[in-house]
Design a protein around this ligand. Structure first.
Ligand code: SF4
Ligand code: SF4
Length: 495
């Protein structure tokens, strides 16, 4: 396998924190109820094929709309549909199918798709494409193109597939858990299946340069040796699509659009296993392995649950006592969750629970800080191999900007967060902010994390972007003119 080393300017390495998930997976019993949204992270809401009172099996398609950009959704447990209702899900109203299992059962069984085979090499491209669509694999991430409307681009538009281990943010799933035991064979089969479907695409596998165990494992997989192994510096936000794509391909990212518009599929490790399961076993995407990160969990492990499992079932009896903040996927850029009926979804990576740090801390910056992370050399943790803590405490008071420049140093898209912060804070919303590339901000929140003065820099920049869009200032049209983007017509048609 060809190996290349690549990196990006800025970013920050999170190292040695309490609460990182260990490499073990528990399968949780099916919950009493699952909530399945009839809409994936991208694409349109699908038409329900069931109604209240229907009995469904795990793997049965319960919603599908072949005319709109979308992929089918499935029941993920055996049970009875008790309602189809609108509800707010992570800030968006969607129709949700509520399925009661009646009593808790072991998960794992499913209704297999016809056509799948362990001898997948003998399957036609058309059959593989059909399995991608009917299994719901095509709805992962930004959508994988099939001859149905599962993506805004067509299969022939895919020029590059970037498979990434996603390990540079805090408390992420460990990529090694997906390659344990049979996982390693499924992983290499999944990559070859992708390559069979998207024949013109180059494949890059991106991992951290310091994950020696993973690198040597990948190097022992002869079937994937025609891929490129890209070793990156262990810095956040390497795995954010905007940074990942420009790091790997060396191309300017079309801010305001996504990698799919460049003909690039960005695929996490776990999705590769979903692909192998769909095509080899006929298994629809009905369950998800997620990481339990953060020191509020009694044990930091990975758990496999049916998609649609409410977070309260995941958290049940796994949290220590006290008050905790629950965040989906990323402490840096994920959403805080108060409604614990929020379900695990197709792209959920993990649940993070950290203690609410309610105690005030006068002159926190003057403490030795043995367990506090330190971007500068302020705290002793910089020099000691002690596991550091993450709580919601900001360890200090808001102050005026000191012009220390830390936010500029870490910004992965090379804009001036301190300057943008000052403009928006003073209510100056004008074209010049676009000239300072405010729309290139990818909301990674690193500027806020390292700010010496505890200023909400990233939040203010986000507010600025929203206000500018409200005033009709949005450089997306100009971006579209400068880049050769794919799939825009279909997307406009959807709107
Ligand atoms: S300005 Fe945006 S991209 Fe830059 S560090 Fe702050 S949040 Fe991240
Ligand atoms: S990190 Fe905070 S204090 Fe330092 S320049 Fe940026 S905004 Fe100002």
């Amino acid at each position: 396998m060809t190996t290349r080393k690549k990196s990006f300017k800025g970013g920050y390495r999170f190292r040695n924190f309490k609460g990182e998930p260990v490499d073990t997976i528990d399968r949780l019993p099916s919950p009493k109820q699952v909530l399945i949204p009839l809409k994936r992270s991208t694409g349109a809401e699908v038409q329900p094929l069931v109604q209240a009172g229907d009995t469904v099996q795990a793997g049965q398609i319960i919603g599908r709309s072949d005319d709109a950009v979308s992929s089918p959704v499935h029941a993920t447990v055996y049970g009875t549909v008790t309602a189809l209702k609108k509800r707010d899900l992570l800030g968006e109203p969607v129709t949700v199918a509520v399925i009661d299992t009646g009593e808790k059962k072991e998960g794992g069984g499913f209704l297999p798709l016809k056509g799948a085979s362990p001898e997948w090499q003998n399957l036609s491209r058309e059959t593989i494409e059909e399995l991608f669509y009917l299994s719901g694999v095509s709805g992962l991430g930004s959508g994988m193109p099939t001859r149905w409307n599962s993506s805004v681009i067509s299969a022939g538009d895919v020029t590059h597939i970037i498979i990434h281990s996603g390990e540079n943010d805090l408390f992420q799933p460990s990529p090694s858990v997906f390659l344990k035991g049979a996982g390693s064979g499924s992983f290499s089969a999944g990559i070859r299946i992708l390559k069979k479907l998207y024949t013109e695409a180059d494949v890059s596998i991106v991992v951290r340069e310091d994950n020696k165990g993973l690198i040597s494992k990948l190097n022992t997989m002869p079937e994937i040796q025609n891929s490129t192994l890209v070793l990156t510096k262990p810095k956040y936000p390497q795995d954010k699509e905007e940074v990942l794509v420009s790091t790997v391909l060396g191309k300017e990212y079309p801010y305001g659009f996504s990698a799919i518009h460049m003909g690039v599929l960005v695929v996490p490790f776990q999705s590769i296993l979903h692909i192998a399961e769909a095509v080899i076993l006929g298994k629809p995407v009905i369950e998800r392995t997620i990481a339990l990160g953060g020191e509020s969990f009694e044990q930091n492990r990975h758990v496999t649950v049916p998609i649609g499992t409410p977070l309260e079932d995941v958290l049940h009896s796994r949290l220590s006592s006290g008050n905790h903040r629950i965040v989906m996927d990323s402490l840096n850029s994920g959403l805080g969750v108060e409604d614990l009926s929020t379900p695990v979804l197709w792209d959920t990576r993990g649940v993070i629970a950290i203690p609410e740090g309610t105690e005030g801390e006068m002159l926190g910056f003057a403490m030795p800080g043995f367990m506090k992370d330190s971007y500068s050399v302020t705290f002793a943790s910089r020099f000691l191999p002690i596991k550091k803590r993450v709580t919601t405490n900001i360890h200090g008071e808001h102050r005026a900007c000191l012009q220390c420049g830390f936010c500029i140093n870490v910004c992965p898209v090379q804009i001036l967060p301190n300057l943008l912060f000052r403009y928006v804070e003073r209510g100056i919303i004008e074209d010049s902010l676009a000239a300072f590339n405010i729309f290139n901000c990818i909301d990674c929140n690193l500027c806020t994390y390292v700010c010496t003065s505890k200023l909400p820099v990233a939040g203010m920049i986000k507010t600025g972007k929203e206000k500018m869009r409200k005033e009709g200032i949005d450089p997306a049209a100009e971006t579209a003119r400068r880049h050769e983007l794919k799939g825009l017509k279909i997307q406009e048609g959807q709107d």
